[in-house]
Structures are given as C-alpha cells and as structure tokens.
Design a protein around this ligand. Structure first.
Ligand SMILES: *[C@@H]1O[C@H](CO)[C@@H](O)[C@H](O)[C@H]1NC(C)=O
Ligand SMILES: *[C@@H]1O[C@H](CO)[C@@H](O)[C@H](O)[C@H]1NC(C)=O
Ligand SMILES: *[C@@H]1O[C@H](CO)[C@@H](O)[C@H](O)[C@H]1NC(C)=O
Length: 459
C-alpha cells in the first residue's frame, strides 16, 4: 500500500547499488548543486554529463540552465523488436534523434519481436526511459510482467520534478496492476489502487495512461478502470493541485524491491525477498517482455507559453505546469563532461594527445580524463563512469545487438529455468544492493527520502 514511487525507487536501486565513492555532492530542497557539478540527478546527487540529461531535476540543480531542455513529445509507435533504438546511458549524450530509449541494466532483444527487461542475480534489473518527453498524451505499453517474490515490473510516466503516473506489478500478485500517482515526489499513501486483470505474466495486455490537464485514466486493454480528476487533487496546504502536470518520460523497469538491504516496508510490499534460484527465471534472469509502446501526444495545454517546437524548459523553481515553456532550444552534450550550462565542454578534444586511454573509443562516448573527479553517469562511479563503453564499471558491457544477447534470448522459450549459461550481466557492482528506500522510514516527501538514501550511502 503506502509508499513508493516506482521510478525513483528503481533508480535508487540502480544507483545506490553501484556507488563506490561516497564523496559525491548531494542536492535536494534548500541544497542546490555546486557550479562545478551543477546537475542534480533523480536521486539527489550532483554531477555532469548524463546527470544533466533525462531525470536531471531543475529545482535542485545549480541553475535552471544546468539540465538540458527536455526533447519535445513525438507521437510514435515504439516497436520494441530489437535494441536498435536503445542507447546505454553510458553512451547517450542527449541527441533524441539518434536514440529513442536510454537504458541502464541489460535489455535483451527477443526473437525480433520484443525486448526483455532482465534482472539477473547480483544486478539491480533494467530501466528503459524514452528520450522524448510527453506533456500530456495517451501512452500505451503492450507487455507481460515478471513474477515472484520481491520482483517488481513497472510502466510509469516520470517528470524531472518527479510528477509521476504509475502502473506497477508486484510479482506475488499477477492478477492486479497497481495504479498510482505522485506530485513533485511527495509521498501520499492514499493514491494507490489495485486494478484487477487476468494473469499479467501469461497474458499480454495493453496498459494505457491517458493523461490530460484535467484527468488521468488508467486503462487495461482499452477499458478504463480508474480515473483521477485534477479537481480532486487540490492541496490547500501547498495551495496547488497535487496533480502530475509536467513533461514526463515513459519508463519501463524491472527491479528487485525484495533485497535484504531494502527497508522492511518495501520488502513486504513486494512480497518478500527475491529468490535468485527461482523457476520464474530463465537463462539465469527474471524478465518482463515489452512488445510495443505507443505515444500519442496531446497539444500543449491551453495557456502554455509556446515559443518553439523542439523542447520543454522550466522557467521557475516552482516546477508547476505554468512554469514550463515550449522552446526551440536543443542541446546535445559534446562529452560526458559537458552540462546544460556548458554543452560544448569536451576535455578530450582539447587534451587528446596527453590522455593516454582517451579518444580511442567510438562514437560520442567520452573517455577518461585527467580533469577532476566528477560524476558523469548516474549509477556509475569511479573509473568506468566516464561514459566509456566497455569500461570496467559500465553497466552494459555488451554493445547493442551483440552476439551474446541473442542466443540467451532465443532460448527463452525452452521450458524451465536451466540457469545462467552464456549470459552475463555487465553490472557486477549490483551486489551490494540498495540502501533503505521505504518512504515510511523517512516520512515526508520523496525528496526527503532520496536525501535520506544518499545520507545512508555516505555513511
Ligand atoms: C492491492 O492488493 C494487494 C494484495 O494483492 C494488497 O496487499 C494491497 O493492499 C492492495 N492495495 C490497495 C491499494 O488496495
Ligand atoms: C500537501 O502538500 C504538502 C506540501 O507539499 C505535503 O507535505 C502534504 O503531504 C500534501 N498533502 C497531501 C494530502 O498530500
Ligand atoms: C496550470 O494549471 C492550472 C490549474 O492548476 C490551470 O488553471 C492552468 O490553465 C494551467 N496552465 C497551463 C499552462 O497548463
């Protein structure tokens, strides 16, 4: 019941599990990021590079210019039948025309018809997020979920100021989808509702979030099972609607809520600890299978400040609907050391002669640099955290479409979990698990929660 927001929980897991260094500046209410690492990530830590892309929180970053503008909504069918449209977060630098999704963890192509979100032992699962944002629209995901104690599948909308609309699937209850919503990350234990459906693992359903300025509908297979009206969300204390109202990315995730290191409330909600030797695993991992995501964009809301057609930007730290403008600003980072304030920064270009291992990598991936230790990719820390593909700490060690992923996925149909042959997760840092992330422990807002999480990590 209470709790939780899927994305940040999932992100928190992904992040906290892999943090090694504790000396990362934190951000949150009344604590903005410093100028040298200006971007506040979704889980409250400051960095550059990928920290300034999707999920970068404009309210707690150094300035409103620190995070790059959000690529605008594009109506489209995302046919998830290969990994071609998916860029690992260690490679993506903000060019939404080149990648439709950004991943952390290990997505796997399945028989040219679907993408698997995988979760193998000692990993913290997989998260996919669209590169384009949606500012109201009808978003559908056609998918099956995973199953088992402690295993959570999620299809959600999440904005950079943590407005959130959720479908969550808890692996011990495959007859229900849990619907939920949050406003600016503020925990509210009364928003969750179960939506009854037929087995979410064995049946492919289409889950739809139909989101307008006035209401949210949650639908399964075209049937509306829940509606929340904006009018019903008035918060007299805050003097505003606690209603999701800012541009959000589509996120799909599979994550281990049932890790021993998680808070008891989280583990209970998820039905207990994950069994890492479970019949629900195949090829050595849990998986959820996503066939298709469809986004139908609605027009910007009436009264919106429309000054262009390419991106959304926040003009004020209130982070409400009326502080979002539509602009023509597009920023693609020149390297993993660039930020929204300095998008051209690329120390490797300037210092390529002197930095030994640098600039041998392909494409846009940044390389090691001699410059100060700053965090460049949320969830990665240390030597591999420079957006360098294949680096020792990279979450994804395989290039998209590489041969290792194919056989594993192809044999998925064979019955039974014959266990982990031939497939190995790149994320070996996942083992330490996540710090407690039960909102009830810290109370108050999700922001506070994230802050507490970071606090734990620093200890
Ligand atoms: C949803 O159902 C589960 C049991 O399957 C229950 O534990 C949970 O409290 C329900 N949530 C709500 C919001 O009713
Ligand atoms: C109203 O907003 C305040 C401030 O954000 C928050 O602390 C409180 O929990 C909200 N009330 C409800 C019922 O969500
Ligand atoms: C923002 O929301 C308010 C209701 O809180 C509404 O009256 C206003 O029209 C909205 N403005 C935009 C630009 O969406």
């Amino acid at each position: 019941m209470g709790r939780f927001y899927a994305a940040s929980a999932a992100i928190a897991v992904l992040i906290s599990a892999s943090l090694v260094s504790a000396e990362i500046p934190t951000c949150g209410p009344n604590k903005l990021c410093p100028a040298e690492t200006p971007c506040c990530s979704a889980y409250g830590q400051c960095g550059v590079g990928a920290y300034c892309l999707g999920g970068c929180d404009p309210l707690f970053s150094h300035s409103l210019e620190s995070c790059v503008p959000n690529p605008i909504c594009k109506s489209q069918d995302y046919n998830l039948n290969s990994l071609d449209d998916i860029a690992p977060n260690t490679r993506y630098l903000g060019d939404a025309s080149k990648a439709k999704w950004v991943s952390s963890g290990q997505p796997v192509a399945y028989q040219n018809e679907a993408v698997l979100l995988t979760m193998a032992p000692d990993t913290v699962g997989t998260l996919l997020a669209t590169t384009n944002y949606v500012w109201y629209g009808k978003i559908s995901a056609t998918m099956t979920t995973s199953q088992g104690k402690g295993v959570v599948t999620a299809f959600i909308m999440m904005s950079d100021v943590k407005d959130e609309i959720d479908f969550e699937f808890v692996g011990i209850d495959v007859e229900n989808a849990q619907s939920n919503y949050y406003s600016q990350g503020v925990t509210n234990y009364n928003n969750g509702r179960n939506l009854s459906t037929s087995n979410t693992v064995t049946n492919t359903h289409t889950y739809t979030i139909d989101w307008t300025p006035e209401k949210i509908d949650w639908q399964i297979d075209g049937k509306t099972l829940r509606t929340v009206e904006r009018q019903s969300t008035w918060n007299a204390t805050a003097n505003r609607y606690d209603y999701p109202q800012t541009p959000a990315r589509v996120m799909l995730s599979l994550w281990p809520a049932g890790l021993p290191s998680n808070a008891p409330g989280t583990i209970n909600w998820a039905g207990g600890l994950v069994d890492w030797d479970s019949p629900y695993m195949q090829n050595g991992y849990y998986y959820a299978l996503v066939n298709n995501v469809k986004v139908e964009c609605y027009d910007p809301p009436k009264g919106a400040s429309v000054q262009g057609s390419k991106s959304y930007k926040y003009t004020d730290k209130a982070g409400t609907n009326d502080t979002v403008v539509v602009t023509d600003d597009v920023e693609v980072l020149a390297s993993f050391f660039a930020t929204g304030e300095d998008p051209e920064k690329n120390p490797n270009a300037a210092a390529s002669k002197s930095s030994s291992a640098a600039s041998t990598k392909t494409g846009s991936a940044a390389a090691e640099s001699t410059s100060a230790e700053v965090e460049t990719v949320p969830g990665l820390s240390g030597a591999g955290a420079r957006g360098e593909e294949g680096g020792p700490a990279a979450v994804v060690s395989q290039a998209p479409g590489s041969s290792v992923t194919q056989p594993a996925a192809g044999s998925l149909q064979t019955a039974g979990g014959s266990g982990g042959t031939g497939f190995s997760q790149g994320d070996t840092q996942g083992q330490s698990g996540a710090a407690g992330k039960d909102r009830r422990v810290v109370g108050g807002s999700g922001i506070a929660f994230v802050g507490a999480l970071v606090g734990l990590l620093v200890l």
